[in-house]
Design a protein around this ligand. Structure first.
Ligand code: FAD
Ligand code: PYC
Length: 417
């Protein structure tokens, strides 16, 4: 057996790593697939997995311009909840919640789904009215939820300042015990591994630069690195880049792309075992299993594609968190980053056929799509397999912006952006 030491060992390890990556990353694409999925984030990978598992369609390629799960899937604060106001969205997010509840077993991969409960705080009378309305609507839809007063909140999060000292004292909260967090990378890897095992080609470093459209129907994609690839159906799942993709296909989507930021602290001992969100002072926080405090900021007001945001936005968030948790004022922050989210005017997604035959889009999840990952993939797989919107996808057609059938979750859905 060959022995390696020092630089030789490093070179050997690196070449092994590269070879492994080459095998895993880039199977040589076939010339023709039944389905090509553009975008290897959680939603694209989940779509491929459910197409293969539920619909028995395995001649699929996922084309990812960077690395799998490196977009918003890797950049989010991992909050999972289903306490949406309107029937259509509540149904969709609750569908996802049910899939989350069995996901680690289904994928045989620990996605670290932790149902530690989500609190949405209210700081004004109007917040409390909105909270009551949302919790009532949730319960009518069979979704768990309670309205809590400050004393009950204090019992769940003893170190949060529930007194009347803060500028905006906590007046109450909605509480969804089945909500929580999951491990973002693991979700992407779990779906990727399971899809790969079912025969799906996962092709990284493969940017789609155009759609091939003949007589109004999509027949394939052009890529930067792998030439043209044909497909019977194409699903585009590119989050913040979706309006750019739509432009390639010759239509417009009512999406805006904005930076959204998050940050984590140094790891500390377990101190916070639930998720706290406040729209009003705007900050949300949980603690990862590694110990970092995971803090999400507000959306930047300008449009942009740089995966970073402006300083004043996170400064404001940290102020809000310190006001809620004075005890965290001494914790040091470690890293900050941004993702590009694609927001729709009604803060609901698009899962839809398009004006181009055989081309489908799944996008517009904005700042809230991580929680939907399994549900989104499941519903989009059904849509791609049938070639038309599935029952659950129907309300989320892109054509609702022509018809006026919006599902307005803005300010209603428990998150302020
Ligand atoms: P992505 O993971 O972004 O995947 C899209 C992929 O498409 C990317 O990997 C990209 O490289 C690829 N792509 C783009 N263009 C091309 C092309 N031309 N060719 C090939 N590939 C292409 N949601 C929640 O539910 N809870 C939260 O707590 C939460 N917090 C968030 C915090 C932050 C800071 C951010 C940025 C987002 C947050 N979200 C949250 C939103 C959530 O992250 C997204 O809605 C969700 O991850 C979208 O998943 P996706 O797979 O659609 O997108
Ligand atoms: O939708 O719950 C959510 C969320 C939290 C942070 C960003 N989005």
């Amino acid at each position: 057996m060959q022995k390696y030491s020092g630089f030789g060992l490093l070179k050997h390890a690196l070449s092994h790593h590269e070879n492994w990556q080459r095998v895993w990353r880039n199977p040589v694409p076939k010339k023709k697939y039944d389905v090509v999925i553009v975008g290897g984030g959680g939603h694209g990978l989940a779509t491929a997995y459910y197409l293969a598992k539920v619909h028995n369609i395995t001649n699929i390629a996922v084309l990812e311009k960077g690395y799998l799960g490196g977009g918003n899937t890797a950049r989010n604060t991992t909050i999972v909840r289903s306490n949406y106001l309107w029937d259509e969205s509540a149904k969709l997010y609750e569908h996802a919640m049910k899939l989350w509840e069995g996901l680690s077993q289904d994928l045989n991969y620990n996605v670290m789904f932790s149902q530690r409960g989500v609190l949405n705080l209210g700081h004004t009378l109007q917040d409390m009215r909105d909270i009551s309305r949302r919790v009532n609507a949730n319960r009518l839809n069979g979704i768990d939820g309670e309205v809590l007063d400050p004393q009950q909140i204090k019992e769940i999060v003893p170190m949060m300042d529930c007194s009347d000292r803060p500028r905006y004292p906590i007046m109450g909260a909605s509480w969804q015990p089945r909500g929580g967090v999951a491990r973002h990378d693991a979700v992407a890897w779990g779906f990727a591994r399971a899809a790969d095992a079912l025969g799906v080609d996962l092709i990284q470093q493969c940017e789609v630069v155009d759609f091939i459209i003949e007589d109004g129907a999509a027949t394939g994609v052009r890529t930067k690195t792998h030439g043209s690839i044909s497909a019977d159906r194409i699903g585009c799942v590119t989050a913040g880049n979706s309006s750019v993709m739509a432009k390639m296909a010759g239509f417009k989507l009512p999406l805006e792309s904005h930076p959204l930021q998050a940050l984590v602290s140094e790891p500390i001992k377990p101190i916070l075992d639930t998720v706290v969100m406040s729209n009003h002072v705007h900050g949300y926080i949980s603690q990862s299993d590694k110990g970092d405090l995971v803090i999400g900021a507000g959306i930047d007001g300008y449009n942009g594609y740089g995966q970073r945001g402006s300083y004043h936005t996170i400064e404001h968030t940290v102020q809000a968190i310190v006001e809620l948790f004075p005890v965290f004022s001494r914790v040091r922050m470690n890293r900050q980053w941004g993702g590009i989210v694609d927001t729709c005017p009604d803060a609901c997604p698009i899962i839809s056929a398009t004006p181009v035959e055989n081309l489908f889009f799944n996008c517009g999840w904005g700042t809230g799509g991580f929680k939907a990952t399994p549900g989104s993939g499941h519903v989009f797989a059904e849509t791609l397999a049938a070639g038309e919107a599935s029952e659950m996808a129907k309300p989320f057609s892109m054509f609702r912006f022509h018809d006026g059938a919006l599902i307005d979750e803005h300010g209603a859905a428990g998150v302020a952006h």
